[in-house]
Ligand binder design. Structure first.
Ligand code: BEZ
Length: 403
Protein backbone atom coordinates (compact mmCIF):
# COMPACT_ATOMS: atom_id res chain seq x y z
CA UNK A 1 0.00 0.00 0.00
CA UNK A 2 1.32 3.44 -0.93
CA UNK A 3 1.57 5.96 1.85
CA UNK A 4 0.11 9.41 1.31
CA UNK A 5 2.83 12.01 0.94
CA UNK A 6 2.62 14.49 3.78
CA UNK A 7 3.58 18.12 3.91
CA UNK A 8 5.92 18.35 6.83
CA UNK A 9 5.62 21.32 9.08
CA UNK A 10 8.88 23.12 9.87
CA UNK A 11 10.64 21.64 12.86
CA UNK A 12 10.41 23.39 16.21
CA UNK A 13 14.14 24.11 15.98
CA UNK A 14 13.68 25.82 12.59
CA UNK A 15 10.78 27.95 13.88
CA UNK A 16 12.83 28.95 16.89
CA UNK A 17 15.91 29.74 14.85
CA UNK A 18 13.85 31.84 12.44
CA UNK A 19 12.39 33.87 15.26
CA UNK A 20 15.83 34.24 16.78
CA UNK A 21 17.04 35.60 13.44
CA UNK A 22 14.13 38.04 13.41
CA UNK A 23 15.04 39.37 16.82
CA UNK A 24 18.70 39.44 15.90
CA UNK A 25 18.04 41.48 12.77
CA UNK A 26 16.28 44.14 14.81
CA UNK A 27 12.57 43.69 15.50
CA UNK A 28 11.66 47.33 14.99
CA UNK A 29 13.01 47.62 11.46
CA UNK A 30 11.47 44.29 10.38
CA UNK A 31 8.09 45.20 11.78
CA UNK A 32 8.00 48.59 10.14
CA UNK A 33 6.46 47.43 6.83
CA UNK A 34 3.70 45.67 8.78
CA UNK A 35 2.89 48.80 10.76
CA UNK A 36 2.99 50.85 7.58
CA UNK A 37 0.52 48.41 5.97
CA UNK A 38 -1.72 48.64 9.02
CA UNK A 39 -1.85 52.42 8.74
CA UNK A 40 -2.01 52.90 4.98
CA UNK A 41 -3.55 49.66 3.60
CA UNK A 42 -7.26 49.03 3.48
CA UNK A 43 -9.26 48.56 6.68
CA UNK A 44 -10.77 45.07 6.60
CA UNK A 45 -14.41 45.20 7.73
CA UNK A 46 -16.35 41.95 8.13
CA UNK A 47 -20.13 41.57 8.29
CA UNK A 48 -21.41 38.48 10.06
CA UNK A 49 -25.17 38.75 9.66
CA UNK A 50 -28.19 36.63 8.72
CA UNK A 51 -28.89 36.93 4.99
CA UNK A 52 -31.21 33.90 4.92
CA UNK A 53 -33.99 32.67 7.25
CA UNK A 54 -36.48 34.50 9.45
CA UNK A 55 -33.98 37.31 10.28
CA UNK A 56 -32.72 37.84 6.69
CA UNK A 57 -34.34 41.28 6.29
CA UNK A 58 -32.74 42.41 9.55
CA UNK A 59 -29.27 41.57 8.25
CA UNK A 60 -29.83 43.52 5.04
CA UNK A 61 -31.13 46.59 6.91
CA UNK A 62 -28.09 46.55 9.23
CA UNK A 63 -25.61 46.31 6.37
CA UNK A 64 -27.38 49.15 4.55
CA UNK A 65 -27.20 51.31 7.67
CA UNK A 66 -23.48 50.68 8.25
CA UNK A 67 -22.60 51.46 4.62
CA UNK A 68 -24.73 54.60 4.66
CA UNK A 69 -23.08 56.05 7.80
CA UNK A 70 -19.60 55.47 6.37
CA UNK A 71 -20.50 56.76 2.90
CA UNK A 72 -21.85 59.97 4.47
CA UNK A 73 -18.38 60.61 5.91
CA UNK A 74 -16.55 60.06 2.62
CA UNK A 75 -16.54 56.27 2.43
CA UNK A 76 -13.26 55.81 4.32
CA UNK A 77 -12.24 55.01 7.91
CA UNK A 78 -9.67 57.37 9.35
CA UNK A 79 -8.55 58.21 5.80
CA UNK A 80 -8.14 54.56 4.75
CA UNK A 81 -10.07 52.71 2.03
CA UNK A 82 -12.22 49.76 3.11
CA UNK A 83 -12.22 46.15 2.01
CA UNK A 84 -15.50 44.41 2.87
CA UNK A 85 -16.03 40.77 3.82
CA UNK A 86 -19.36 38.97 4.38
CA UNK A 87 -20.55 35.76 6.02
CA UNK A 88 -24.19 34.63 6.19
CA UNK A 89 -24.60 33.32 9.75
CA UNK A 90 -28.11 31.93 8.98
CA UNK A 91 -29.10 32.72 12.60
CA UNK A 92 -27.58 29.31 13.37
CA UNK A 93 -25.90 29.24 16.80
CA UNK A 94 -24.13 25.92 16.18
CA UNK A 95 -22.07 27.57 13.40
CA UNK A 96 -21.36 30.79 15.33
CA UNK A 97 -17.73 30.10 16.29
CA UNK A 98 -16.88 28.62 12.89
CA UNK A 99 -18.36 31.57 10.98
CA UNK A 100 -16.72 34.19 13.20
CA UNK A 101 -13.38 32.37 12.81
CA UNK A 102 -13.72 32.59 9.02
CA UNK A 103 -13.74 36.36 9.27
CA UNK A 104 -11.11 36.66 11.98
CA UNK A 105 -8.60 33.91 11.08
CA UNK A 106 -9.11 33.51 7.32
CA UNK A 107 -10.04 37.05 6.24
CA UNK A 108 -8.07 38.79 9.01
CA UNK A 109 -10.68 41.50 9.53
CA UNK A 110 -9.82 44.53 11.67
CA UNK A 111 -13.42 44.78 12.83
CA UNK A 112 -16.28 42.29 12.92
CA UNK A 113 -19.79 43.77 12.71
CA UNK A 114 -22.33 41.21 13.88
CA UNK A 115 -24.84 39.93 14.59
CA UNK A 116 -28.64 39.72 15.02
CA UNK A 117 -29.34 36.43 16.85
CA UNK A 118 -28.36 36.20 20.52
CA UNK A 119 -27.27 32.56 20.32
CA UNK A 120 -24.97 33.25 17.36
CA UNK A 121 -23.59 36.30 19.23
CA UNK A 122 -22.23 34.02 21.95
CA UNK A 123 -20.12 32.28 19.27
CA UNK A 124 -18.81 35.63 18.01
CA UNK A 125 -18.13 36.67 21.58
CA UNK A 126 -15.92 33.65 22.22
CA UNK A 127 -13.87 34.43 19.10
CA UNK A 128 -13.75 38.17 19.91
CA UNK A 129 -12.51 37.58 23.46
CA UNK A 130 -9.90 35.05 22.39
CA UNK A 131 -8.58 37.01 19.39
CA UNK A 132 -9.05 40.56 20.71
CA UNK A 133 -10.63 41.65 17.40
CA UNK A 134 -12.89 44.70 17.60
CA UNK A 135 -16.55 43.59 17.59
CA UNK A 136 -19.44 46.00 17.11
CA UNK A 137 -22.80 44.40 17.82
CA UNK A 138 -25.52 45.93 15.63
CA UNK A 139 -28.45 44.05 17.19
CA UNK A 140 -28.20 40.90 19.33
CA UNK A 141 -29.25 41.84 22.86
CA UNK A 142 -27.94 38.82 24.78
CA UNK A 143 -27.23 39.93 28.35
CA UNK A 144 -23.83 38.40 29.33
CA UNK A 145 -21.79 40.16 26.61
CA UNK A 146 -22.32 43.50 28.34
CA UNK A 147 -22.62 42.05 31.83
CA UNK A 148 -20.38 39.37 33.39
CA UNK A 149 -18.62 38.54 30.10
CA UNK A 150 -18.09 42.15 28.98
CA UNK A 151 -14.86 42.85 27.11
CA UNK A 152 -12.82 45.96 26.22
CA UNK A 153 -13.00 45.18 22.48
CA UNK A 154 -16.76 44.49 22.32
CA UNK A 155 -19.26 47.36 21.89
CA UNK A 156 -23.02 47.16 21.40
CA UNK A 157 -24.81 49.77 19.26
CA UNK A 158 -28.27 48.34 19.91
CA UNK A 159 -29.81 47.29 23.28
CA UNK A 160 -29.95 44.49 25.81
CA UNK A 161 -32.99 42.27 25.31
CA UNK A 162 -34.40 43.34 28.68
CA UNK A 163 -34.11 47.10 27.98
CA UNK A 164 -37.35 47.51 25.94
CA UNK A 165 -39.38 45.23 28.23
CA UNK A 166 -38.14 47.03 31.36
CA UNK A 167 -40.35 49.85 30.10
CA UNK A 168 -43.34 47.65 29.15
CA UNK A 169 -44.98 46.76 32.48
CA UNK A 170 -45.88 50.25 33.73
CA UNK A 171 -47.91 51.48 30.72
CA UNK A 172 -49.80 48.18 30.66
CA UNK A 173 -50.79 48.55 34.31
CA UNK A 174 -51.70 52.21 33.77
CA UNK A 175 -54.30 50.93 31.28
CA UNK A 176 -55.73 48.48 33.81
CA UNK A 177 -54.20 45.36 32.23
CA UNK A 178 -53.51 43.48 35.45
CA UNK A 179 -53.19 39.87 34.26
CA UNK A 180 -51.03 38.98 31.29
CA UNK A 181 -49.85 35.93 29.38
CA UNK A 182 -46.24 36.07 28.15
CA UNK A 183 -45.34 34.32 24.89
CA UNK A 184 -42.02 34.13 23.03
CA UNK A 185 -39.48 32.07 21.13
CA UNK A 186 -37.55 29.84 23.51
CA UNK A 187 -33.99 31.10 23.24
CA UNK A 188 -31.79 33.72 24.92
CA UNK A 189 -33.54 36.75 23.42
CA UNK A 190 -36.97 35.56 24.61
CA UNK A 191 -35.66 34.62 28.06
CA UNK A 192 -33.90 38.00 28.46
CA UNK A 193 -36.99 39.91 27.29
CA UNK A 194 -39.05 38.03 29.87
CA UNK A 195 -36.55 39.10 32.57
CA UNK A 196 -37.27 42.77 31.79
CA UNK A 197 -41.03 42.24 31.51
CA UNK A 198 -41.24 40.29 34.76
CA UNK A 199 -39.35 43.01 36.62
CA UNK A 200 -41.36 45.93 35.28
CA UNK A 201 -44.81 44.32 35.26
CA UNK A 202 -44.69 42.71 38.70
CA UNK A 203 -43.13 45.86 40.19
CA UNK A 204 -46.10 47.82 38.84
CA UNK A 205 -48.50 45.30 40.47
CA UNK A 206 -49.26 43.02 37.48
CA UNK A 207 -49.44 39.21 37.45
CA UNK A 208 -48.04 36.99 34.71
CA UNK A 209 -50.60 34.17 34.65
CA UNK A 210 -48.73 31.95 32.19
CA UNK A 211 -45.37 31.90 30.36
CA UNK A 212 -45.58 30.24 26.93
CA UNK A 213 -42.88 29.53 24.34
CA UNK A 214 -42.17 27.83 21.01
CA UNK A 215 -38.67 26.84 19.88
CA UNK A 216 -36.86 29.31 17.56
CA UNK A 217 -37.63 29.73 14.65
CA UNK A 218 -40.85 27.67 14.83
CA UNK A 219 -44.00 29.57 13.75
CA UNK A 220 -46.66 26.99 14.66
CA UNK A 221 -48.54 29.17 17.16
CA UNK A 222 -52.03 27.62 16.90
CA UNK A 223 -52.01 25.40 20.00
CA UNK A 224 -50.70 28.20 22.22
CA UNK A 225 -53.20 30.72 20.85
CA UNK A 226 -56.00 28.29 21.74
CA UNK A 227 -54.56 28.11 25.27
CA UNK A 228 -54.46 31.94 25.50
CA UNK A 229 -58.11 32.16 24.41
CA UNK A 230 -59.05 29.75 27.22
CA UNK A 231 -56.99 31.66 29.83
CA UNK A 232 -58.72 34.98 29.00
CA UNK A 233 -55.96 37.30 30.31
CA UNK A 234 -56.34 41.11 30.26
CA UNK A 235 -53.45 41.30 27.77
CA UNK A 236 -50.77 39.30 25.99
CA UNK A 237 -47.13 40.46 26.01
CA UNK A 238 -44.47 38.94 23.78
CA UNK A 239 -41.06 38.89 22.11
CA UNK A 240 -40.96 38.00 18.40
CA UNK A 241 -39.08 39.60 15.52
CA UNK A 242 -38.65 39.44 11.74
CA UNK A 243 -40.74 37.11 9.59
CA UNK A 244 -41.97 35.14 12.61
CA UNK A 245 -43.35 38.30 14.25
CA UNK A 246 -45.53 39.09 11.21
CA UNK A 247 -46.82 35.50 11.21
CA UNK A 248 -47.56 35.68 14.94
CA UNK A 249 -49.67 38.85 14.59
CA UNK A 250 -51.59 37.36 11.65
CA UNK A 251 -52.25 34.10 13.50
CA UNK A 252 -53.30 36.08 16.61
CA UNK A 253 -55.90 37.91 14.54
CA UNK A 254 -56.98 34.75 12.69
CA UNK A 255 -57.57 33.07 16.09
CA UNK A 256 -60.06 35.86 16.86
CA UNK A 257 -57.91 37.44 19.59
CA UNK A 258 -57.10 40.79 17.95
CA UNK A 259 -60.30 42.51 19.09
CA UNK A 260 -60.62 40.66 22.40
CA UNK A 261 -57.21 40.63 24.12
CA UNK A 262 -54.84 43.60 23.61
CA UNK A 263 -51.46 42.58 22.21
CA UNK A 264 -48.30 44.22 23.61
CA UNK A 265 -44.67 43.49 22.93
CA UNK A 266 -41.03 44.28 22.93
CA UNK A 267 -41.07 46.67 19.95
CA UNK A 268 -39.30 44.30 17.52
CA UNK A 269 -42.75 42.78 17.04
CA UNK A 270 -43.74 45.68 14.80
CA UNK A 271 -40.36 46.56 13.21
CA UNK A 272 -40.15 45.84 9.49
CA UNK A 273 -43.24 43.65 9.82
CA UNK A 274 -46.15 46.08 9.37
CA UNK A 275 -46.64 45.61 5.65
CA UNK A 276 -46.67 41.82 5.95
CA UNK A 277 -48.98 41.83 9.01
CA UNK A 278 -51.42 44.39 7.55
CA UNK A 279 -54.61 44.92 9.58
CA UNK A 280 -53.51 42.31 12.15
CA UNK A 281 -50.89 44.78 13.47
CA UNK A 282 -53.30 47.72 13.95
CA UNK A 283 -53.49 48.83 17.58
CA UNK A 284 -50.55 46.72 18.77
CA UNK A 285 -48.66 48.52 21.57
CA UNK A 286 -44.93 48.18 22.16
CA UNK A 287 -41.83 49.70 23.74
CA UNK A 288 -38.55 50.26 21.88
CA UNK A 289 -35.60 52.63 21.54
CA UNK A 290 -36.84 53.86 18.15
CA UNK A 291 -40.04 54.74 16.29
CA UNK A 292 -40.41 55.59 12.59
CA UNK A 293 -42.48 58.63 13.42
CA UNK A 294 -40.01 60.31 15.81
CA UNK A 295 -40.54 63.95 14.97
CA UNK A 296 -36.95 65.21 14.92
CA UNK A 297 -34.97 66.77 12.05
CA UNK A 298 -32.27 64.09 12.54
CA UNK A 299 -34.75 61.21 12.11
CA UNK A 300 -36.50 62.82 9.15
CA UNK A 301 -33.21 63.47 7.36
CA UNK A 302 -32.06 59.88 8.01
CA UNK A 303 -35.34 58.36 6.84
CA UNK A 304 -35.51 60.30 3.60
CA UNK A 305 -31.82 59.65 2.76
CA UNK A 306 -32.18 55.92 3.50
CA UNK A 307 -35.39 55.60 1.47
CA UNK A 308 -33.80 57.40 -1.46
CA UNK A 309 -30.64 55.28 -1.37
CA UNK A 310 -32.12 51.82 -0.77
CA UNK A 311 -35.66 52.22 -2.17
CA UNK A 312 -37.17 50.92 1.07
CA UNK A 313 -38.19 52.33 4.44
CA UNK A 314 -35.70 52.06 7.33
CA UNK A 315 -36.56 50.37 10.63
CA UNK A 316 -34.81 49.97 13.97
CA UNK A 317 -32.29 47.53 12.46
CA UNK A 318 -31.24 50.08 9.83
CA UNK A 319 -30.80 52.64 12.63
CA UNK A 320 -28.65 50.25 14.67
CA UNK A 321 -26.51 49.51 11.59
CA UNK A 322 -26.20 53.23 10.95
CA UNK A 323 -25.08 53.84 14.55
CA UNK A 324 -22.58 50.95 14.33
CA UNK A 325 -21.12 52.72 11.29
CA UNK A 326 -21.08 56.03 13.18
CA UNK A 327 -19.16 54.44 16.08
CA UNK A 328 -16.60 53.02 13.69
CA UNK A 329 -16.18 56.32 11.85
CA UNK A 330 -15.65 58.18 15.15
CA UNK A 331 -13.18 55.61 16.50
CA UNK A 332 -11.14 55.39 13.29
CA UNK A 333 -11.00 59.18 12.97
CA UNK A 334 -9.67 59.54 16.53
CA UNK A 335 -6.73 57.19 15.80
CA UNK A 336 -6.24 58.51 12.24
CA UNK A 337 -6.93 55.09 10.77
CA UNK A 338 -4.48 53.23 12.99
CA UNK A 339 -6.90 50.65 14.34
CA UNK A 340 -3.99 48.85 16.01
CA UNK A 341 -3.88 51.71 18.57
CA UNK A 342 -6.42 49.81 20.60
CA UNK A 343 -6.46 51.77 23.85
CA UNK A 344 -7.05 55.07 22.03
CA UNK A 345 -9.56 53.46 19.67
CA UNK A 346 -11.65 51.99 22.49
CA UNK A 347 -11.50 55.24 24.47
CA UNK A 348 -12.80 57.15 21.46
CA UNK A 349 -15.66 54.68 20.88
CA UNK A 350 -16.53 54.71 24.60
CA UNK A 351 -16.77 58.48 24.74
CA UNK A 352 -18.68 59.07 21.48
CA UNK A 353 -22.06 60.74 21.91
CA UNK A 354 -23.94 59.10 19.05
CA UNK A 355 -26.17 61.52 17.16
CA UNK A 356 -28.66 58.85 16.18
CA UNK A 357 -32.03 58.95 14.42
CA UNK A 358 -33.34 57.38 17.66
CA UNK A 359 -32.07 60.41 19.68
CA UNK A 360 -28.61 61.04 21.12
CA UNK A 361 -27.18 58.20 23.18
CA UNK A 362 -24.01 57.38 25.11
CA UNK A 363 -22.14 54.17 25.85
CA UNK A 364 -22.36 52.66 29.35
CA UNK A 365 -19.22 51.48 31.13
CA UNK A 366 -20.18 47.94 30.14
CA UNK A 367 -20.40 49.09 26.45
CA UNK A 368 -24.17 49.12 25.97
CA UNK A 369 -26.31 52.13 24.90
CA UNK A 370 -27.92 54.36 27.53
CA UNK A 371 -31.04 55.47 25.67
CA UNK A 372 -34.67 56.55 25.78
CA UNK A 373 -37.36 53.90 25.32
CA UNK A 374 -40.52 54.98 23.48
CA UNK A 375 -44.08 53.75 23.88
CA UNK A 376 -45.56 53.16 20.41
CA UNK A 377 -48.89 52.21 18.90
CA UNK A 378 -49.48 50.87 15.40
CA UNK A 379 -51.83 53.24 13.59
CA UNK A 380 -52.54 53.06 9.86
CA UNK A 381 -49.46 50.92 9.26
CA UNK A 382 -47.06 53.15 11.21
CA UNK A 383 -45.37 52.93 14.62
CA UNK A 384 -46.72 56.12 16.17
CA UNK A 385 -44.96 57.51 19.27
CA UNK A 386 -47.31 57.70 22.24
CA UNK A 387 -44.66 58.96 24.67
CA UNK A 388 -41.31 58.29 26.32
CA UNK A 389 -41.74 55.16 28.45
CA UNK A 390 -38.28 55.41 30.05
CA UNK A 391 -35.72 58.19 29.90
CA UNK A 392 -31.98 57.39 29.48
CA UNK A 393 -32.45 53.76 30.43
CA UNK A 394 -29.23 51.85 31.14
CA UNK A 395 -28.83 48.10 31.46
CA UNK A 396 -27.53 47.05 34.90
CA UNK A 397 -24.24 45.81 33.43
CA UNK A 398 -24.20 43.43 36.40
CA UNK A 399 -20.86 41.65 36.87
CA UNK A 400 -18.98 43.70 34.26
CA UNK A 401 -15.51 44.61 35.51
CA UNK A 402 -14.73 47.33 32.94
CA UNK A 403 -14.33 50.76 34.51
C1 BEZ B 1 -31.76 38.63 19.47
O1 BEZ B 1 -31.65 37.42 19.16
O2 BEZ B 1 -31.07 39.14 20.37
C2 BEZ B 1 -32.74 39.48 18.73
C3 BEZ B 1 -33.15 39.14 17.45
C4 BEZ B 1 -34.04 39.95 16.78
C5 BEZ B 1 -34.51 41.11 17.36
C6 BEZ B 1 -34.10 41.46 18.64
C7 BEZ B 1 -33.21 40.64 19.32
Amino acid sequence: MQSTPSVRSPSRRLVLSRSAALVGAGTASLLLPQIARAQSGKVRVGFMLPYTGTYAQLGVAIENGVRMAIAEKGGKLGGREIEWFKVDDESEPSKGVENASKLVQRDKVDVLIGTVHSGVQMGIHKVARESGVLNIIPNAGVLPVTRALCAPNVFRASFTNSQPTLALGKPMMERGLKKAVWITWKYAAGDDALEGFKESYTKAGGTIVKELAVPFPNVEFQALLTEIAALKPDAVACFFAGGGAAKFMKDYAAAGLHDKIPLWGSGFLTEGTLEAAGAAAEGVMSTLHYADSLDTPRNKQFRSAYAQQFKMQPDVYAVQGYDSGQLLVAGAAAVKGDLASKAALYKAIESTVVDSPRGKWTMSKAHNPIQDIYLRKVEKGDNVVVGVAAKALADSGAGCKLT
